[in-house]
Design a protein around this ligand. Structure first.
Ligand code: XMP
Length: 512
């Protein structure tokens, strides 16, 4: 039997990835597609078990608002519309969507539900999360209203015979008290899902498929030491052992001792060929005198590309090429690209003169939390599995201005102290990312009885769900005090420490 799967049809809402993750948490595979990239016939042919229409920022009557083929209502596939998705269903079914000044609801709202399969095991009154301007005055023909709030006469509706459901609120958001139960009811009771998406079976199935695909050929993978490429390496190693060659380019811009940690992990715990290229000096000579952030990113990206592919050309330019691409890297959104703030180097394209049989991306359908779960099951160390994001250009964009060996050393030492203190006090898991920056500012200080004129170190720490926006972390003063004391006492050439209290926007997480 084919695995069951749910389609999350994206109408531009902000919670689309969250919806897909909530479905997967219930052990059902979910995919996200932009509303204009899949037709009703394709939905039927793909055999989706159910479809969820997401929210979106528009009003159904806006000429520019995203619409969908009403044939979906008679396609025989169970349907759940959320927020805009619910209004769109009402509109497609010939009903009315209205807008009134006092009809908008935002935040936690008291919800009352009727007897309906979608609300099995949901109490008559509970709290839901609303975020809408338009509303549905009454359910369209063929539908009945199944929930309401003080402001919203149709907070949920259904056409049981066609298995079409709609909710004005957001069940995917944790503020909706019974959101999980409501999604569960739709998935298991309406769509008839059985929960066949499990991490253990994912590992077994993927290992079997990899063995079949790779046969007795070789596989090359570029290992960065980040979560995704590490988990991909562990998975492929489990499948084909020494047929896998991991190439780890150590550009000398990693955190203190990080290169050694990566090497030790993969040579001691996993069966594979591990190639480490130490090329810190070459990178530094290319970066000599360069201060512009985008120039530095470009140079580091190009140099990495050259070193990596030259090594592949020398030894193993055949067989398969593997990458740690994960699902969010592939999700297309209908919203258009936001203007570019800075260049992120993640995927490495294969040069035209190198020919692999195929590119293998064993994690391409997984979200980050699923990748971590797979990593833990495969026995990767916790420090690696729960590693914070680290920019491709490494400390090259945390040493502001020119990157020199001495300045990288100062930053590595300061950063290691910050990390050590955060781990010791147990505050680290509270934060999404924290690190030290060397802004390239010298200040006057006094140590002992002497005047000093030395480097300033900045501490950056943020909390965020998605790194698109972030808050500066409210680290307790005593922890900051200890970090500052230790950095000034233990790191040669630093005499002042400051804490960055800028959120994103207007700042970005990294300084460059
Ligand atoms: P910004 O500075 O853009 O950072 O607010 C958002 C997140 O992305 C990380 N970052 C990068 N990641 N390659 C990466 O893989 C890059 O070039 C890069 N630049 C920033 C940053 O650490 C933060 O987590």
């Amino acid at each position: 039997m084919n695995m069951q799967k749910i389609l999350v049809l994206d109408f531009g809402g902000q919670y689309n990835q969250l919806i897909a993750r909530r479905v997967r948490e219930q052990h059902i595979y979910a995919e996200i597609k932009p509303y204009n990239k899949i037709t009703v016939d394709e939905i039927k042919a793909e055999g989706y078990t159910g479809v969820i229409f997401t929210g979106g920022p528009n009003s159904v009557y806006d000429p520019a608002s995203p619409h969908y083929d009403p044939a979906i209502l008679d396609a025989g596939v169970p349907l759940l519309g959320i927020c805009y998705g619910c209004q769109l269903i009402a509109y497609m079914a010939g009903g009315e969507v209205a807008s009134a000044e006092n009809s908008s609801e935002y935040g936690k709202i008291e919800l009352t539900v009727d007897d309906d399969i979608l609300f099995d095991d949901v109490p008559k009154n509970s709290v839901c999360w609303m975020s809408h301007r338009d509303y549905i005055p009454s359910a369209p023909e063929g539908f009945v209203t199944t929930a309401y709030t003080a402001q919203c006469p149709t907070a949920a509706m259904c056409d049981e015979s066609r298995r079409i459901y709609g909710v004005q609120f957001h069940p995917e958001v944790t503020h909706t008290e019974y959101g999980k139960q409501i999604l569960h009811n739709f998935l298991y009771k309406v769509c008839g899902c059985v929960g066949d998406w499990q991490m253990d079976s994912f590992i077994d199935d993927t290992v079997t498929a990899l063995r079949e695909q790779i046969g007795d050929k070789g596989v090359v993978l570029g290992l960065s030491g980040g979560v995704d490429s590490s988990v991909a390496a562990a998975l492929i190693s489990k499948a084909v052992g020494k047929q896998l060659t991991c190439v780890f380019v150590d550009q000398g811009l990693m955190r203190k001792n990080e290169g050694d940690f990566v090497e030790e992990t993969f040579t001691k715990l996993f069966d594979m060929n591990f190639v480490r290229i130490n090329c810190g000096d070459e990178f530094l000579s290319k970066l000599k005198g360069v201060t512009d952030p985008e120039d530095k990113r470009r140079i580091i990206g190009t140099e990495f590309y050259n070193v990596f592919w030259n090594r592949i050309r020398e030894s193993c330019g055949s067989g398969f090429f593997a990458q740690g691409t994960i699902y969010p890297d592939r999700i297309e959104s209908g919203k258009g690209d936001a203007s570019k703030i800075k260049t992120h180097h993640n995927q490495v394209g294969v040069p035209q003169d190198i020919h692999f049989e195929d590119v293998i991306e064993p994690l391409k359908d997984l979200f980050k939390d699923e990748v971590r779960a797979v990593g833990e099951k495969l026995g990767l160390p916790r420090d690696l599995v729960w590693r914070q994001p680290f920019p491709g250009p490494g400390l090259g964009v945390r040493v502001i201005g020119e990157v020199t060996a001495e300045r990288v050393r100062i930053l590595q030492e300061a950063d290691a102290i910050l990390r050590d203190e955060m781990d010791k006090c147990g505050y680290a898991p509270e934060m999404s990312q924290f690190f030290a920056v060397l802004p390239g500012v010298k200040t006057v200080g006094v140590m002992g009885d002497s005047r000093t004129y030395s480097e300033l170190v900045a501490i950056r720490a943020v909390t965020t769900d998605d790194f698109m926006t972030a808050d500066w972390a409210k680290i307790p003063y005593d922890i900051l005090g200890r970090v500052s004391n230790r950095i000034i006492n233990e790191v040669d050439r630093v005499n002042r420490v400051v804490y960055d209290i800028t959120s994103k926007p207007p700042g970005t997480v990294e300084w460059e």
